[in-house]
Design a binder for this molecule. Structure first.
Ligand SMILES: C=C(O[C@@H]1C=C(C(=O)O)C=C[C@H]1O)C(=O)O
Length: 101
């Protein structure tokens, strides 16, 4: 059935936004599950929590992907840095806990 009112159009668009937000939450949860395991591996082998060279390669790749997808590369980099800052905090906590054992 075709949409007739602005309210119906808004509802359809918001329904799509809600699905995308749910997918993002699930993808982030999976990412943090993987980084948790990286943090445990690093702590076990006394490796530093952060790896700036790896991050630089990831940023370069993500900026290229963002441009190809017509997403602002600055925004993509900001998003990445925001997530990685949280990951490094987790890794530091895991390392501190392992050192205290
Ligand atoms: C997950 C890692 O640890 C840190 C977090 C990263 C990330 O969240 O992508 C990347 C590099 C590291 O600073 C890693 O070294 O791979």
């Amino acid at each position: 059935m075709s949409e007739r009112t602005p309210e119906e159009q808004l509802q359809r668009l918001r329904s799509s936004i809600d699905n995308i937000d749910a997918a993002l939450v699930h993808m982030l949860a999976e990412r943090f599950k993987a980084t948790q395991q990286v943090g445990e591996l690093k702590a076990e082998h006394r490796m530093p929590p952060s790896d700036p060279a790896r991050e630089a390669r990831q940023i370069e790749r993500l900026r290229e992907l963002a441009e190809a997808a017509h997403l602002d590369p600055e925004f993509a980099e900001k998003w990445f840095n925001f997530v990685v800052a949280e990951v490094i905090q987790h890794h530091t906590r895991i390392a501190d806990e392992a050192a205290a054992e």
